[in-house]
Design a protein around this ligand. Structure first.
Ligand code: AMP
Length: 533
């Protein structure tokens, strides 16, 4: 057996890796190190370099705060013990003990464990140890670098190492297998039940046309639910459910465990879907309420009554021992639909007719859902990847704006005032400020009428543009509010199109700059909401 490696060597490696910006040098340094340590130390060192105490699929956490670390370091005094150098194994044992500590006095106990180990550490060891514990390694080692170093150290092809890591969810273990048992061991790695899988993600599309142009082999459009994504793992009587962030949420959703045990016609599976919290009349309720349920494990019974859940399934990654991630969407769906009740499947259509997609989108919205997902029929399940195989089509949001000018059209729209300058009202100054232009959404007859009305409202003529008195209120659909230096308002609506004219509204009833600011801020709130989980 190789002798235990001093932790100091790992800390010094961290320092060297951090000091170079060259990817190849980082890889070479790490690879040489991995080859020098014992097989038991390989997974520990690999995880450490990744800035983690435990693998991603491991539920254990250190939960050490900056304050605890800084208090522990302050009280060290002079009692450094140098006689026994820390080894990588010693450090790992302490990390395990820290993760096990819970309960009322846990902060004190964690602090004392930390102090014990810090008294044995030299400054460089202490530095990287505490950085790792606080999740702040930042030595410039992204996962790809580490995987390439594992490939180099083990002589296993890079793609095989990458694939094994994607499927396995424990980079330390992958390193250890690659180094000790080589390519054949990695080839045998497959999805493992009860180890959470990084979900496949979607890119945003502007509309169905874009998706259809991209997906050469056809597209399935599914409802996009505003809930929480879950993956359900089951083998016989054991069920585990993980969130999109790979957190184990099994205990907070007992009704889904029950569903997995009684209503799926397979005894071993990994399927994926979205839970939606439902309120009155089965309509979805806000996402925050659902997250509240995820967090309040202890009040589950109570919450289950208050916030009933509905589950919609949309993918099958493994069924009865067969891994299906390399199979096309159509095949995965087919298997899924054979094992789950039909009313639990995400509603979907397969079509290349844009109008059908639009009306399907309308039904999704009417039922209170978020929009549509568009999935390529021939696509495999790409673990953890965001790409064009899946698109999300966000329904447009709507705002009432005022037309303050219009450009003369060209081509098919020649003779019409057809590109409308859309404005919102600044509550502070009373000014109407432009937030975008559009010529989309109108019929020929509407172009005709609006051109006449605008000419009557003309205040001034530009070369191609007619400026008008703010009078016509239009409802526009748009996909996103963006910051924009182009307009004085500071904002621009992305993909604005006129959905209807609001002759019932006066310009003063139109939406304001202040509301736009709120909508802009809210876009980030939504993102944060998802991250909370
Ligand atoms: P976003 O969070 O906006 O990037 O959208 C992707 C998320 O939509 C996924 O992670 C799921 O939680 C959710 N989602 C809702 N409905 C579906 C569906 N039918 N297929 C896949 N994901 C869905």
């Amino acid at each position: 057996m190789t002798e235990a490696t001093p932790f100091l060597e790992l800390a010094q490696l961290c320092r060297r890796v951090q000091a170079t910006t060259k990817r190849n040098e980082k890889i070479a340094l790490i690879s040489t190190f991995l080859k020098s340590v014992s097989s038991e130390e390989v997974p520990l060192a690999t995880l450490f370099l990744a800035g983690k105490a435990f693998p991603e699929s491991d539920p254990r956490v250190l939960e050490i705060s900056y304050a605890t670390v800084s208090d522990a370091s302050k009280n060290l005094g002079q009692k450094r013990l140098a006689e026994h150098p820390l080894t990588i194994g010693d450090v790992y044992n302490t990390l395990e003990r820290i993760a096990k500590t819970s309960g009322s006095k846990s902060r004190d106990r964690k602090m004392s464990l930390l102090q014990t180990i810090l008294t044995q550490a030299s400054p460089v060891e202490a530095e990287f140890l505490t950085r790792m514990m606080l999740g702040e390694m930042r030595i410039g080692v992204v996962e790809g670098v580490l995987l390439d170093a594992i490939a180099e150290a083990s002589g296993v092809p890079r793609d095989l190492v990458r694939r094994a890591n994607m499927l396995h969810g424990d980079i330390g273990d992958v390193a250890s297998l690659a180094m000790s048992r080589g390519a054949t061991a990695l080839e045998r790695i497959s999805l493992r039940l009860f180890v959470p899988v990084k979900p496949m993600l979607a890119e945003m599309a502007d509309d169905a046309e874009q998706v259809l142009a991209e997906h050469k082999d056809g597209t399935a459009f599914e409802y996009k639910f505003d809930g929480a994504r879950i993956q359900i793992h089951r083998k016989d009587d054991k069920v585990r459910i993980f969130s999109r962030r790979l957190t184990d949420v099994t205990d907070s959703i007992p009704e889904i465990i029950d569903f997995a045990k009684t209503q799926v016609k397979a005894s071993e599976f990994l399927i994926e879907g979205e839970v939606v919290a439902t309120g009155e009349a089965g309509k979805p309720v806000p996402f925050q309420d659902l997250m509240r349920r995820f967090r309040r494990v202890h009040e589950v019974e109570d919450m289950a009554g208050k916030i009933p859940l509905k589950l919609y399934l949309f993918d099958a990654l493994q069924v009865d021992g067969k891994t299906m991630i390399d199979q096309p969407y159509t095949e995965r769906w087919k298997i899924l639909s054979q094992i789950v009740p039909e009313d639990r499947l995400a509603p979907r259509i397969i079509t290349s007719d844009v109008e059908k997609v639009e009306s399907f989108m309308q039904s999704a919205l009417k039922e209170g859902h978020e929009g549509l997902m568009a999935k390529s029929l021939s696509s495999n399940y790409s673990i953890g990847a965001r790409g064009k195989k899946w698109f999300k089509i966000k329904p447009a949001d709507r705002l009432d704006v005022v037309i303050v000018a219009a450009d003369w059209g060209s081509g098919r729209r020649v003779g019409w005032l057809s590109n409308y300058h859309l404005a919102v009202r600044d509550e502070d100054s009373g000014e109407f400020l432009v937030v975008g232009k559009t010529f989309k959404g109108l019929t020929d007859a509407e172009f005709e009428t609006i051109t006449k009305r605008l000419q009557e409202l003309k205040t001034r003529d530009g070369r191609y543009t007619v400026y008008v008195k703010p009078a016509i209120v239009a409802e526009v659909a748009y996909n996103e509010v963006q910051k924009s230096p182009r307009y004085k308002s500071g904002f621009a609506l992305r993909f604005a199109r006129i959905s209807r004219f609001r002759d019932d509204k006066k310009p003063d009833d139109a939406d304001t700059l202040q509301r736009l600011q709120q909508l802009y801020d809210k876009q980030f709130e939504n993102k944060a909401r998802v991250d909370m989980e």
